[in-house]
Design a protein around this ligand. Structure first.
Ligand SMILES: C[S@@+](CC[C@H](N)C(=O)[O-])C[C@H]1O[C@@H](n2cnc3c(N)ncnc32)[C@H](O)[C@@H]1O
Length: 383
């Protein structure tokens, strides 16, 4: 048997794994050891609300009534949608990043997929002898930076193979393989959780292991990849949950390696950070953030607007300074209904540079009054 390193993975015999996780366990390599599939929350992502989900939904349940549809319009990891799926009849998930979109399709979209076929492919990927493969686009650009050279070679090779075998995969299977690649990469990336920069120290080589994500299928989930302000004009929902970026750090730049991996059109990459040309740059990270937020609130057809906010604008680093102030959020929301504000002390995930003093998480819940909203925003709505 090949000596697969299982460092950092909780591995079990089949009997132990079933006792720990139930029947949903996966063989990690040729039925030799078993583990749990990657859960949606197990990815590092700036601003992920996984630790706040209970608090957010306790408040939403307390403050809202007769809710059938929930829209997570800046969904990020999808952790809020993941909870909403268990509570509401219809869930709309949106984020403009290519990588987030493919992850939602893997974790949530309805579609045929064959578990055995995927597990066999993962076995084959985990069986590749790295010395037998050539350098590729991924290893040339990112090897020795975001990943050790051997892992970068494997990742690029596996991504090429997934593209080559696309004709024999269903769309759901294709998304599951790419999602499994992203979640497996996150475990070994030589970063502080995003790709703005890599850690400038010698990279300790770690065996790259492909492991399955916890893919599910839901019929009443709709997935979009649009600018939130455009989507807002075309949906109706009982609750819209808004968790935009609030500082100048663009998500498309932070997660550029995943964007390149998903699109796989192999663009020219620039600079030491090996970034592609700009795409999906958010107005919420610019001086026009308040205008974008006002436009969104004015147009979205929802009975309740729920907004997450945190007070990082007091921080010392200018890239972490908030583009919209707390009072401005409240002022805009008050123009369209009755708003309640809730607070929670919370340590945000950041790259370690920024000292957040008295970091607080806020949740605004607005019960929309359409008459008030239409009269407050007449000039925007008539445009
Ligand atoms: C703070 S994160 C959301 C985190 C999410 N609530 C979670 O728990 O993972 C903000 C997200 O908004 C997305 N985004 C930023 N501007 C956007 C826009 N104009 N339209 C759609 N998505 C946008 C980013 O890609 C990012 O994933």
């Amino acid at each position: 048997m090949k000596n697969i390193e299982t460092e950092d993975l909780e591995t079990y015999t089949l009997r132990e794994a079933v006792a720990t996780y139930g029947q949903e366990v996966i063989p990690l390599w040729k039925n030799a050891v078993y583990t749990k599939p990657y859960q949606l929350e197990s990815r590092r992502y700036i601003g992920c609300k996984a630790k706040l989900t209970d608090w957010i939904f306790d408040l939403i349940k307390q403050e809202t009534q007769d809710v059938h549809t929930f829209c997570d319009i800046f969904a990020g990891t999808g952790t809020i949608s993941n909870r909403a799926i268990n509570l509401y009849e219809k869930v709309i998930i949106n984020d403009f990043l290519h990588s987030n979109n493919i992850l939602y399709k893997a974790f949530f979209s309805a579609g045929e997929w064959n578990r055995e076929k995927i597990l066999n492919l993962l076995d084959a990927f985990n069986d590749i002898d790295v010395d037998s493969i050539k350098d590729n686009y991924f290893s040339v650009n990112y090897g020795g930076k975001y990943f050790d050279m051997a892992s970068a070679k494997l990742i690029g090779h596996i991504r090429n193979v997934i593209e080559d075998i696309k004709p024999i995969l269903t769309n759901k299977e294709y998304c599951i393989l790419i999602a499994s690649l992203i979640y497996s990469m996150d475990r070994i990336a030589n970063t502080l959780g995003h790709f703005e920069a890599y850690i400038k120290k010698e990279i300790k080589p770690r065996k790259f292991i492909m492991r399955l994500v916890d893919a599910k299928s839901f019929n009443d989930v709709t997935i979009h990849q649009e600018d939130a302000n455009i989507l807002a004009k075309n949906i109706h929902t009982d609750i819209v949950y808004m968790d935009p970026p609030y500082n100048s750090r663009q998500y498309s730049r932070f997660y550029h390696v995943y964007e390149v991996l998903v699109k796989w059109d192999k663009p020219e990459l620039k600079g030491d950070a090996r970034k592609p040309a700009e795409e999906n740059m958010s107005d919420y990270c610019r001086v026009k953030a308040l205008n974008a937020f006002t436009d969104l609130v004015a147009h979205v057809d929802a009975r309740y607007i729920v907004v997450s906010y945190n007070n990082t604008y007091k921080s010392k680093s200018s890239s972490s300074e908030n583009k919209i102030k707390l009072e401005q959020i409240e002022e805009v929301l008050n123009k369209c209904g009755t708003t309640k504000v809730f607070t929670h002390k919370h340590q945000a995930f950041n790259a370690g540079k920024t000292e957040f003093e008295d970091h607080k998480e806020y949740l605004f819940i607005t019960k929309v009054d359409n008459e008030k909203r239409n009269s407050s925003f007449t000039s925007i709505l008539c445009r």
